[in-house]
Design a protein around this ligand. Structure first.
Ligand code: GLN
Length: 198
């Protein structure tokens, strides 16, 4: 009997799809040839090799993470080394401490940073800036929307980009965070950087 050899299955990147800018992340990942899985239930986590947490509203996402019963399983997977990438509200969800959050707002405590919500101002104060990212040979045009500010980072956090005096792209082990929205820049390099780590 001739056996058909099976190719090693491709990696799947989950995109947390409870609220916010998840579909833009899915589009960027699709465009770089990565299979994606929108994550809304604990069952959706079974097939993912990595997870993107999008921008949006972290207080709402926090509530939905608990009501969907995703919070504990995701926390466990991150602890076990699942690569995760949090952008804007997603970064807030991954931080060890949130300033100006809601009292009942939860976070995964996956990266040793303190973040202050809406620290650059309100929606109207949203802005764009070219930032220099470690290992990129030209600047990345970053879009900041009601962005959180990293006000403190532990020495174990790797700084990948700064804007002025603020860290805006950072990494600690399997956790990558951006205070801006890389999925809105028509520049795939940060997603490619994340996918390379999987
Ligand atoms: N200010 C929002 C929050 O606290 C984050 C904004 C964003 O993700 N664009 O959740």
């Amino acid at each position: 009997m001739v056996r058909v050899s099976q190719s090693k299955s491709a990696k799947v990147v989950g995109v947390l799809a409870l609220q916010g800018a998840f579909s833009s992340h899915t589009k960027v990942l699709d465009s770089i040839g990565v299979s994606t899985q929108e994550v809304r239930t604990p069952q959706d986590l079974a097939s993912v090799d990595a997870l993107v947490m999008p921008g949006g509203e972290s207080t709402t996402m926090s509530q939905l993470l608990e009501s969907s019963e995703l919070f504990e399983p995701i926390k466990k997977l991150i602890h076990e080394g699942l690569p995760v990438f949090g952008t804007c509200a997603g970064m807030i969800l991954l931080a060890s401490k949130i300033i100006d959050g809601r009292d009942d707002q939860v976070s995964f405590g996956a990266i040793n940073i303190e973040v202050q919500r809406n620290a650059y101002g309100r929606q109207i104060d949203s802005f764009e800036a070219d930032i220099n990212v470690e290992s990129f040979d030209s600047p990345f045009h970053a879009v900041f929307i009601r962005a959180p500010r990293i006000v403190k980072a532990d020495g174990s956090v790797e700084i990948l980009a700064e804007f002025g005096d603020d860290i805006v792209l950072a990494k600690q082990k399997n956790v990558l965070v951006a205070s801006f929205h890389p999925e809105l820049s028509h520049d795939k390099r940060i997603h490619e950087m994340f996918v390379k780590e999987i």
